[in-house]
Design a protein around this ligand. Structure first.
Ligand SMILES: Nc1ncnc2c1ncn2[C@@H]1O[C@H](COP(=O)(O)OP(=O)(O)OP(=O)(O)O)[C@@H](O)[C@H]1O
Ligand SMILES: Cc1cn([C@H]2C[C@H](O)[C@@H](COP(=O)(O)O)O2)c(=O)[nH]c1=O
Length: 254
């Protein structure tokens, strides 16, 4: 892509996001001079395929592992395949998120706040969407609490007990990435959170890999250091094969 400020072609950094009204926004950034071009696409199509009981897919991984990027790509591809897809993100409630980011809390208080936020999100969006046969792609889930808060010393059984009324995802895609690589990716961000400390992230990464062994029926571990399209192809292959076994088509449709 051409950058007028560089006066040359550059390999852009691509950021994808989804607006609440269902538009896919793709931004192309020059690595030196920032935003070059914004592309907007409507991605709500005539999607009729329902998945029996819905499918709750969580994207997990340390900060900067590419969850948001992959969520947007999954939305785009699964919608194009004719599925109804809903994207959500934890933390969900802005006031809870702001409080958690601002204050260095006692870890058990942190567990309660993340769980309260999750319960609100599930009642408001996740559970009704699953009942309607939609695919819910969630940027983080209860497994984030199991990885992050236990890495700060919270007991795993305590975290499970606090989250006892929470629905667990059907599938957890763990985007596994070395911390050094994640920190490089995050360095271009203006605001970094108190959670993005390399030593802490090493513990969190190890905990996620341990959880993948504890819950092998749920976890798909993906090498997130590959290019985004390649990572997405791998995730999509797994999700589509699960979804195909659960499709409920409307009469006269696919
Ligand atoms: N596979 C990839 N290879 C290289 N860069 C990537 C890849 N995936 C995402 N990125 C870039 O890394 C940065 C972080 O990605 P993204 O925001 O998707 O991560 P995240 O896991 O959602 O982070 P956070 O948990 O902090 O919100 C972005 O600049 C994104 O463009
Ligand atoms: C759900 C959840 C999240 N966290 C941490 C993990 C991240 O560092 C932040 C969320 O940041 P993001 O950039 O918006 O993904 O919160 C956590 O510690 N425990 C949880 O349960």
């Amino acid at each position: 892509m051409f950058c007028p400020k560089c006066g040359d072609y550059v390999k852009p950094r691509v950021e994808r996001s989804i607006t609440p009204t269902g538009e896919l926004v793709i931004e192309y950034h020059c690595p030196v001079h920032g935003l070059l071009e914004t592309e907007k696409r409507r991605i709500f199509g005539d999607n009729k395929s329902r998945v029996d009981g819905g499918l709750y897919v969580a994207l997990e991984g340390i900060d900067g592992s590419g969850k948001t990027t992959q969520a947007a790509m999954l939305y785009e591809k699964l919608s194009a395949e004719g599925f109804q897809v809903v994207i959500v993100r934890e933390p969900w409630v802005p006031a809870i998120k702001e409080f958690l980011y601002k204050h260095d809390l006692d870890v058990e208080a942190e567990v309660y706040l993340f769980a309260a936020d999750r319960i609100i999100l599930q009642r408001e969006v996740v559970l009704p969407s699953l009942r309607a046969g939609k695919i819910v792609v969630s940027d983080r889930s209860v497994f984030a609490s199991l990885a992050y808060q236990s890495s700060r010393g919270a007991d795993q059984d305590f975290i499970l007990a606090v989250n006892k009324s929470v629905r667990f995802p059907d599938v957890v895609v763990l985007l596994d990435l070395p911390v050094e690589e994640a920190m490089k990716r995050l360095s271009s961000r203006v605001a970094q959170t108190r959670f993005e400390d390399p030593g802490y992230m090493e513990k969190v990464r190890a905990k996620y890999l341990q959880l993948a062994e504890e819950y092998p029926e749920k976890f798909i571990v993906v090498d997130a250091s590959k290019p985004p399209e390649e990572v997405n192809r791998e995730i999509l292959r797994e999700i589509v094969s699960i979804v195909r076994s659960r499709i409920r088509s409307e009469p006269g449709e696919r």
